[in-house]
Write a protein of this length. Structure first.
Length: 53
């Protein structure tokens, strides 16, 4: 069970990093709407909150 939790934690951390990379690219290249960027930022915050608990 602990192995599964560690694997899921690693996957969430990787997902968070990928979303943050998308946000940086989107900000520099203006290829997402502000609403889409806000939603992605909310997802990053939700992952961070989950990982802290």
């Amino acid at each position: 069970m602990l192995e599964l939790i560690e694997e899921m934690t690693e996957r969430l951390e990787n997902l968070k990093a990928e979303i943050e990379e998308i946000l940086m690219d989107a900000d520099m290249n203006n290829f997402l709407t502000q609403e889409a960027m806000d939603k992605l930022q909310e997802a990053v915050h939700a992952i961070e909150t989950f990982l802290e608990d």
